[in-house]
Design a protein around this ligand. Structure first.
Ligand SMILES: [Zn+2]
Length: 337
């Protein structure tokens, strides 16, 4: 019984044991299959990711290249835009047109045969000295000569003109602009004043060597052109406007240089009344001279000698001339003769 029972119990236990083992094997097989599936899936995911990565890389590269191309194209377009249709202001465009015209005129003048000069002085053929009118008008022309002893600024004179709203044409030399840039810009921006050209180096104009007031003249066509156009360009660059009138240093010319100036687009303007004798007159002399003015007179004065008596003389004379019914105008308002 006991043995039978025991045998029976052993058999049952054995049976249970094999069943358990079988379950374990099955489970292990299942696990193993699952692991394999996981491994396989991992590999597949890896391959897919790798392909995606490669694909994405290629695509990125393609996008980047495309972007670079676009950027390149855009860059080129911008450059082309700048080259083909530069974005410049109307003022700059106007300046460029004037400069182009001036350069063309220079070429023409330098290549033209003007023959030999026969006159030299302040009143040679073609130099304008008056306004052609019977109106009681006077043009004040104020020179600023520049140079070592000529680069001052006569505030008393200019402040008087400003306060009394007296118009004037200011003949400015390039050297004066260099020293008095701030004052120049202020004067140029005031419609009471018109800026004219008083030469680059303040030299008399001549095609052959001459001198006036101890100052040596130009002696070639090229020097005449430079004396006029260098300052012309300087004033144009600073103000956006090109002077219409020119007066040389000393106001001396030969007849060829007067013709050349006209061909360069400027009119040479001297005077019929010497107002301050190069800023050497006493205030009485200045007043006396200015009161000689008649209808259409052009008076020469200087605005660069603050230690002179010019300002005091001008003040008295202008008050008297206003009382006499004269008014002060700009040169361009009348035809010149
Ligand atoms: Zn001068």
């Amino acid at each position: 019984m006991c043995l039978t029972t025991s045998y029976f119990e052993v058999m049952v236990h054995l049976d249970q044991f094999f069943l358990y083992k079988k379950s374990l094997l099955l489970l292990r097989r299942k696990m193993s299959k699952h692991e394999k599936d996981v491994q396989l899936m991992g590999k597949r995911i890896g391959i897919v990711l790798f392909l995606l990565f490669v694909l994405a890389g290629c695509m990125n590269q393609e996008v980047a290249t495309t972007e670079e191309n676009v950027l390149d194209k855009e860059g080129q377009t911008i450059i082309q835009t700048e080259q083909d249709a530069p974005l410049i202001s109307p003022e700059e465009e106007k300046k460029n047109i004037i400069l182009e015209d001036l350069n063309m005129r220079k070429d023409t003048v330098l290549n033209q045969d003007y023959g030999e000069s026969v006159e030299f002085g302040e009143y040679v053929s073609g130099v304008k000295t008056r306004m052609k009118t019977n109106d009681k008008v006077i043009a004040l022309t104020l020179d600023a000569c520049g140079g070592e002893n000529g680069s001052g600024y006569d505030y008393a004179l200019m402040d008087f003109l400003l306060e009394n709203k007296i118009k004037a044409n200011l003949f400015i030399n390039a050297r004066w602009i260099e020293v008095q840039k701030e004052a120049f810009m202020e004067l140029a921006s005031n419609p009471l004043f018109e800026i004219e050209n008083h030469g680059t180096e303040h030299r008399p104009l001549s095609t052959v060597p001459k001198s006036a007031w101890g100052i040596a003249s130009t002696s070639t066509k090229s020097e005449i052109v430079d004396e006029i156009t260098d300052n012309q360009e300087k004033i144009l660059t600073l103000t956006g406007k090109q002077p219409r009138f020119f007066r040389s240093g000393t106001a001396f010319y030969d007849d060829v240089s007067v013709q050349m100036a006209e061909d360069l687009g400027v009119e040479i303007v001297n005077f019929d009344v010497i107002g301050d004798g190069g800023a050497t007159f006493t205030k009485e002399q200045v007043e006396e001279s200015m009161l000689l003015a008649t209808a259409g007179s052009i008076i020469i004065l200087h605005m660069n000698q603050p230690n002179s008596e010019t300002a005091e003389g001008v003040k008295s004379a202008i008050l008297t001339l206003l009382e006499q019914g004269f008014s002060f105008v700009h040169l361009h308002e009348y035809e010149l003769e």
